[in-house]
Design a protein around this ligand. Structure first.
Ligand code: C5P
Length: 401
């Protein structure tokens, strides 16, 4: 869930600032974009250069760092940029400042101007943490919706033992992950996606295939996973890598293989998304060895492949939803509407090769969507943006999971 998120990491003046380096690295490893804000005290513990080098972005700690160039650091922009403002370590001083609304340094100004949620990972000595004032500040923050990653117990820098040491970076990253998951709109929905072409063997080296790249289906899987769905991606022979965050990715070559995978998983799915370009026919006989040129037949007898989507439609329960795709070389609406009814779909996505930049192998697509009433037409966009549009369009059709 952290993948693709913008996380503003606030580092304040505690010895645990060194652990923030590992936290930044862990969040980035999970796919987050991380920017760092430090208080002056934090820079005494860890140099800003460490974070700047690690994240690839300058570190912010003052309003006036660029003053000699006539610019100032905009705390409002930073606050608006972030999906989450994570303050780790958060000292007793910073917690008190947040609770009272103080604005006496740059990090505190970012706190007041951020619209995203705020998460703090306190770090301090056990008595400071247990102090009624600190506990009152934490309560105030919690009541305001601030998320608190409780400190752990153990040896403290003071030599004392007790509760106050900042939680370990992995665990804080898990808390960030859980935070995004809890708010993800598609949480609890199981989405089964077919993507890519099929290859129907003629012999050991030749096949009947099509020009599908699988890019659209992979973009859809990425978007649904990002939005918290439990994604199973059935991916055909393509060089496009499956996205991060899928619960399961299974590769297939032929329509028969895809059909076996798709039908086995369909009863457990809430959504079926048939983005694969499945061959309609296959060679009736596939030779195990390579057939030499001189022995190639003049004609290859063909046999139909199973219509996976039609079978999903025929066995669809009332709380399952089905989305088909239609790629046409003409305007296509009539034929897409006919597929919509014939295959018992809830939605069909049409792209026509009449539109420049739409269809196979491109990085862009232009789609129209039909869900039984009107056609909704979208602009030419990247396949990732088309996936975001489609996933947002379908969300109101979810049954509660
Ligand atoms: O009938 P047509 O092949 O144009 O239908 C396209 C839709 O049906 C796509 O969603 C495609 O993934 C699905 N389909 C399928 N199994 C087939 C053929 C098409 O699932 N054998």
């Amino acid at each position: 869930m952290v993948h693709g998120r913008k996380i503003l990491l606030g580092v304040t003046g505690s010895i645990a600032a060194f652990k923030a380096v590992f936290l930044a690295r862990e969040l980035m490893r999970r796919g987050a974009e991380v920017r760092v804000v430090m208080t002056a005290a934090a820079t005494e513990f860890v140099g800003p250069l460490t974070f700047a080098t690690l994240t690839g972005h300058r570190v912010y700690s003052d309003f006036t760092e660029d003053a000699d160039q006539g610019t100032w650091t905009n705390h409002v922009d930073l606050g608006l940029w972030a999906d989450l403002f994570l303050v780790a370590p958060a000292t007793a001083e910073t917690l008190a400042a947040f609770a009272s609304g103080a604005c006496s340094n740059f990090l505190q100004a970012v706190h007041l101007s951020s619209r995203c949620e705020v998460m703090v990972a306190p770090a301090m000595d056990l008595d400071m943490f247990a102090h009624a004032a600190t506990q009152k500040n934490l309560l105030t923050l919690r009541e305001r919706g601030v998320l608190v990653v409780e400190p752990g117990s153990g040896a403290l820098a003071s030599g004392l033992e007790g509760k106050g040491r900042m939680e370990e970076p992995d665990r804080i990253a898990d808390a960030v992950d859980a935070h995004f998951l809890a708010r993800a709109p598609w949480r609890g929905q199981r989405v089964l996606i077919t993507a890519g072409p099929t290859h129907e063997p003629i012999d050991a080296v030749r096949f009947i295939g099509n020009r599908s790249s699988g890019k659209m289906g992979v973009a859809l899987a990425a978007e649904w996973a990002k939005q918290g769905a439990e994604v199973t991606l059935l991916l055909g022979p393509t060089s496009i890598a499956p996205p991060a965050g899928c619960a399961e990715v299974v590769r297939f070559e032929t329509a028969e293989e895809l059909n076996a995978l798709a039908q086995a998983r369909w009863p457990e799915a809430d959504w079926g998304i048939a983005a694969a370009a499945v061959a309609d026919v296959r060679p009736a006989f596939a030779h195990k060895e390579k057939v030499h040129r001189a022995d190639l037949p003049a004609a290859i007898p063909l046999a139909p492949t199973p219509d996976i989507l039609a079978q999903w439609g025929a066995s669809k329960r009332t709380n399952q939803r089905l989305v088909g795709f239609a790629l046409e070389t003409d305007e296509g609406r009539a034929s897409a509407e006919s597929k919509f009814h014939r295959k018992q779909l809830d939605c069909i996505v049409l792209n026509t090769l009449l539109d420049d930049g739409a269809g196979f192998q491109t990085d862009t697509n232009k789609v129209s969507i039909y869900a039984g009433a009107n056609w909704h037409t979208f602009e030419l966009k990247s396949k990732a943006a088309v996936a975001a549009d489609l996933v947002a369009f379908l969300h109101p059709y979810c049954y509660p999971s």
